[in-house]
Design a protein around this ligand. Sequence first.
Ligand SMILES: Cc1cc2nc3c(=O)[nH]c(=O)nc-3n(C[C@H](O)[C@H](O)[C@H](O)COP(=O)(O)OP(=O)(O)OC[C@H]3O[C@@H](n4cnc5c(N)ncnc54)[C@H](O)[C@@H]3O)c2cc1C
Length: 373
Amino acid sequence: MIGGGPAGIRAALLAAARGAAVTLYERDRIGGRCLWEGCLPVKALLSYAKVRSAPPAPEEWRSQCRSIRSRLDMLSESMSGQLRAAGVTLVKECVSPDALPEADAVLIAAGCVSPALPAVEGKTVLGPEGLLSLPEVPASLAVVGAGPAGMELCQIFAALGSAVTVYEQADAILPGFPAEGARALEGVCREAGIRFRKGVRPELAALPQSHILLTVGGQECAFPRDAESGRVLFLGDAGGRGTTAYEAELEAERAVAALWGEAVPALTAVPRCVCGLYDLVTVGESSPRWGEAYSDGNGYAFLREEMSGFVRLYAREDGTLCGAELLLPGGAELASLLSALIRAGASAETLAGTAFFHPSHSEILRRAAMELL
Ligand SMILES: Cc1cc2nc3c(=O)[nH]c(=O)nc-3n(C[C@H](O)[C@H](O)[C@H](O)COP(=O)(O)OP(=O)(O)OC[C@H]3O[C@@H](n4cnc5c(N)ncnc54)[C@H](O)[C@@H]3O)c2cc1C
C-alpha cells in the first residue's frame, strides 16, 4: 500500500482484516491531504468562522490554529494506532515510482502532486496546506480558482474579516456543477461581500491583495498511471477518477473486494458538495421532470434570516427520484440521504409522505417532492 490518506488507510485495514500481510508506505504522517490540508482543517476553520461575529485578533487566530493542529495530530496518531492494531506494518518512506515494492498486489494511493507555489515579491502565496500557519487573518486575500476548495475557502476568510476576491479563468464559478446552484451560491457569496473576477487568468504579481491563495491544479499523480495492471492498482486521487475523500474510501473498498474476486456493484449517485454559509449539493442526474421549493416558504429559515436556499428534485417519468440539487445551510448533511433515496429507487411520493422534523431545513425536501406529485 503506497500512501496513508483516506484510500490507503481504508484499503490497508480491509486487506489486513482479510488476512493479507499489509505494508503501508507513507512518506509523511498518516492522514493524507484530507487530514492535513483538505476536508478536516477546512471544515474546522469553517465551523470557527461561522460562529464569529468579529474578525479574530492575531493571538486568538494563532491559538485557534494551534488547537486545530493539535487535534489533527491526535487524529493522525489514532489512525496510525488503528492500522498497527489491525496488523498493518507502517513504513515511513517515500517510494520511488521506479522501484515499486515486491508484493502480490501493489495499491497506489499516493494522491496528486500539489503544484509548486511561485514566489511573488511582496506577497504571500500559499496553498490550502499553509493556512493554519498564517500568523494572522489576511486583510486582503485573492483566491485563485473557483472550484470547490476555492469556494469554501473564500467564504471562510470573508467571514473571518478578509476582503476577498475570487479569480476564475472560466466564465462561471464551480465548473462542472449545475449552473443554477453555482449562480445561487455566487449570489450568497456576493451578499457576504466577496467579489468575483471571472474569465481571467490573473497575473499574480499584478494582484492588489497582500495574500494569494492558489486552489488550482493537483490532478497529476507522481506514479505513471499506465503502470496500472492486474497487480498494480491506482486508488483515490492517484487514480484521477474522483476528487473526494469519500470517493477515495469507496474506491479502496471496491479495489480490495475485486482483489478477493468479489462482485463489485456500480457506484452511483455520488454526491458532490461545497460547504460554506450555505452548502451546495448536487447528486444523481437531472431530468426534464423536477419539483422545487425555496427557503422563503420555510419558517425556520425565515427566523434565522436564511432566505436564499432552495431544493430541486429530479424524477423519472415513473416518479422515481433520479437527482437533486440544493443550497441550504448545513445542506451537506442531506447529501447522502438523497443519494441513498436515489440508489434505492425511492419515489417522490415516498418522500412527500415522509414526516420531517419541524422546524428544520430538511422540511423543504418534502415540499419539493410534493411539487412532483
Ligand atoms: C482544500 C481542500 C478541501 C477538501 N475538502 C474535502 C471535503 O470536504 N470532503 C472530501 O471528501 N474531500 C475533500 N478534499 C479532497 C480530499 O482531501 C482528497 O480527495 C483525499 O484526501 C484523497 O485521498 P487519497 O487517499 O486518494 O490521497 P491523499 O489524501 O492525497 O493521500 C496520499 C498520501 O500518499 C502519500 N504519498 C504520496 N507520494 C508518496 C510516495 N511516493 N511514497 C509514500 N507516500 C506517498 C502522501 O504523503 C499522502 O499522505 C479536499 C481537498 C482540498 C485540497
